[in-house]
Structures are given as structure tokens and as C-alpha cells.
Design a protein. Structure first.
Length: 210
């Protein structure tokens, strides 16, 4: 089964992708990881992507889709795959269709903006050992101090309130048209994100199998 995961930053796409991977035994293909692997391997499209990245430019859609086609031709993706982070725009979705990449279902994890702001702005990270906490859901024993190594906890730039608002705005502007695009093809299923990860996972798997 070939799936696309949609969801705002902080909606829990990465977590649900892991659950689907295990349940269906298919790989998650994240655009960032895929690009880095292609650049490292020095493939034709990888070299083109590297040239764009070195010049500080965005990697064009045709290069990203070229790398994606190479990636989904690999043995582990023969039973299907999950796309995370692509397509982000309708032209990318159209290009995917034009290149003959079949998508069976598009799963949107829907979480209200207010919940996402609370989730992200409450995150704290230890830059020393990488441990992550949340002021409401997973606080450290001593406020602002890592339980594991005793170093100071910080808010990542991505999790600062003004950055979160900007990322949400970009997501809604780019992705709302994508939802219409896949809804018109009868492929879109929406899962309402729940308080618990397990509940969201149950709904996600039911939506995929339904």
C-alpha cells in the first residue's frame, strides 16, 4: 500500500509513521533523509540535488521526484511505502501522478492549532545528551535541568511560539489545496489526533484498513 501522511508540524506524523511501518512492514520515506542518502551515494539526481543545495537554492520538484522514483524502486519498498514531507504542494502532487507513482491513500492527522502550539512550545531539549521533555506532559524532575545528564534544558528555535505560528501558517497555505486535490480523487482520509498516541494509532490503522 502506497501512503502519504499529511499533518502540521507537531501533529505526530513521525510517531504514526513508525506505527504504520511496523503494522504493514513498509518503509517510511522522508524527503530530507532521502535527499541526504542520494547526495551521499552520488547518484545522478543526488549530484543535481547537491549542486542546488551548495548554491543555497531549493531542490527542484523534478529532482526530488527523480530521487523518489529511485528510492521506491528499491526492494524494501516493493510492498508499499509511506511518504512523509512530500508532496507539499499541488504541483508536486501532479508531478507525482504524471510520473506514474500510484498513491492508494492520503492520511491526514488533524490536530487543532492551539493543541500544536501547546505541544511544541512546551517542549524542552537537552543539547548535551538529546533527551526531550515537555513542561506539561513529561516534565524533568528539576525544572530546566536534564534528568539524564544534569545539563540545562532549552527551547529549540523551531519550538518557539513565533516560529510555530509561522510554520503552521505555511502548512495551512500549502497543504489545504493538497487536501482538496486528494479528496477529489477519493483518496483522503482524516484522522482526528487524540490525547493519547495509542488512540490516534488505532484510528490511523482503522482508516488505512477501512
Amino acid at each position: 500500500m502506497n501512503l502519504i501522511l499529511l499533518g502540521a508540524p507537531g501533529a505526530g506524523k513521525g510517531t504514526q509513521a513508525e506505527v504504520i511501518c511496523k503494522a504493514l512492514n513498509i518503509p517510511t520515506i522522508s524527503t530530507g533523509n532521502m535527499l541526504r542518502a542520494a547526495v551521499k551515494a552520488g547518484t545522478e539526481y543526488g549530484l543535481k540535488a547537491k549542486a542546488a543545495m551548495d548554491a543555497g537554492a531549493l531542490v527542484s520538484d523534478d529532482i526530488v521526484i527523480g530521487i523518489l522514483k529511485d528510492r521506491i524502486a528499491e526492494p524494501d519498498a516493493q510492498n508499499g511505502f509511506i511518504l512523509d514531507g512530500f508532496p507539499r504542494t499541488v504541483p508536486q502532487a501532479e508531478a507525482l501522478d504524471a510520473m506514474g507513482v500510484t498513491i492508494d491513500k492520503v492520511v491526514e492527522i488533524n490536530v487543532p492549532d492551539e493543541t500544536i502550539k501547546q505541544r511544541l512550545s512546551g517542549r524542552r531539549v537537552c543539547l548535551d545528551c538529546g533527551a526531550t521533555y515537555h513542561v506539561d506532559f513529561k516534565p524533568s524532575k528539576v525544572e530546566g535541568i536534564c534528568d539524564v545528564c544534569g545539563k540545562e534544558l532549552v527551547i529549540r528555535k523551531d519550538d518557539q511560539p513565533e516560529t510555530v505560528i509561522s510554520r503552521l501558517k505555511t502548512y495551512h497555505e500549502q497543504t489545504a489545496p493538497l487536501k482538496h486535490y486528494y479528496s477529489a480523487q477519493g483518496k483522503l482520509v482524516t484522522v482526528e489526533g487524540q490525547e493519547s498516541v495509542e488512540e490516534t494509532s488505532k484510528l490511523t490503522l482503522a482508516a488505512i484498513n477501512g
